[in-house]
Design a protein around this ligand. Structure first.
Ligand SMILES: [Zn+2]
Length: 300
């Protein structure tokens, strides 16, 4: 894998030097990029909908979802995902027409340096996703305009809505009912345990996370980690990179790890399992891959 993204940004393998963005759990490039993405989030809350922080992400050292050899723009710290479960990758029309008008207005205010994933020319939609074009001169110019507040002074014909997306607050009860499944609190609490969501009380945030996991087709398998030392970095492009992109979250023997039910194999026939540790889950991090030889499946 080359160490630039499709858009031409350099890949960044560590969060050192990146800057937290108030609206999301992850970090982004400091300076002009941070200025533009902060402005985007502020305007999104004004014109589109509230942002649920634990469902919204920034830098992530990983390939494009579904690929092992193309770096995600997230790995360059120039992309963000907003309200992931309400606007999950692959879903169409998760925003109302009014919300989409708000997004168009924000893109216009950002002078064309922001690209929205909702209308990729080809391939699957990714309506939660926004990224910056690799155009440092234009980014500098737009960031300067934002700092001087010229962009924020534009008219505001569109107003934000209180609910998120087109899905009536992304209701897990509705979703389970639609699937003909038990949507009682007790049933949801059992599901939450299976998916590694600790202390389920049925909060809006927990329900959004659980819904996003269910929608992704996750099976909710629980594992125990059987060996230490998984928190090492290996060659770029190796699936292991994704598992190892969380230096604060070593996987130690005896620790619980929650699989999504998705597996893949490497060129030596080894099995990799997608999932997350409790630390990642509580930090709102997306799943990573761990070699199956380091995991033993147990009951929830
Ligand atoms: Zn994204």
């Amino acid at each position: 894998m080359t160490d630039t993204t499709q858009a031409g940004w350099p890949v960044i393998s560590t969060s050192e030097g990146l800057q937290p963005l108030d609206f999301v759990t992850g970090r982004v490039l400091p300076g002009d990029v941070h200025t533009i993405l902060t402005f985007l989030c502020q305007r999104f809350e004004r014109l589109v909908e509230p942002i649920v922080r634990s469902e919204s992400w920034g830098w992530n050292y990983r390939p494009v979802r579904g690929s092992t050899n193309v770096w995600s723009e997230h790995s360059a710290a120039v992309a963000i995902d907003l309200n992931a479960s309400a606007h999950w990758i692959g879903l169409h029309d998760t925003f109302t027409d009014a919300q989409e008008a708000g997004i168009r207005q924000i893109l216009a205010e950002c002078g064309g340096v922001v690209v929205w994933g909702g209308k990729w020319a080809s391939s699957r939609p990714d309506e939660m996703h926004f990224q910056l074009r690799h155009d440092p001169a234009e980014i500098k110019r737009i960031a300067g305009l934002i700092r001087s507040q010229a962009a924020a002074a534009t008219a505001e014909p569109v107003k934000a809505q209180n609910r998120i997306g087109t899905r009536q607050g992304a209701s897990i009860v509705q979703w389970l009912d639609d699937q003909g499944r038990d949507s009682s609190f007790a049933a949801r609490a059992t599901l939450a345990r299976q998916y590694g969501i600790a202390g389920y009380v049925g909060s809006a945030e927990q329900n959004l996370i659980l819904l996003s996991l269910l929608r992704s087709g996750a099976q909710g398998k629980t594992y125990v980690v059987t060996s230490d030392g998984l928190n090492r970095r290996t060659a770029p492009g190796d699936l292991r990179d994704e598992a190892l992109a969380y230096p604060g979250a070593p996987l130690a023997t005896g620790m619980r790890w929650y699989g999504t039910g998705k597996t893949t194999t490497d060129d030596r026939g080894g099995t990799w399992v997608e999932g997350w540790s409790e630390w990642q889950r509580s930090a709102g991090q997306p799943p990573c891959w761990v070699h199956g030889a380091h995991l033993k499946e147990v009951g929830a």
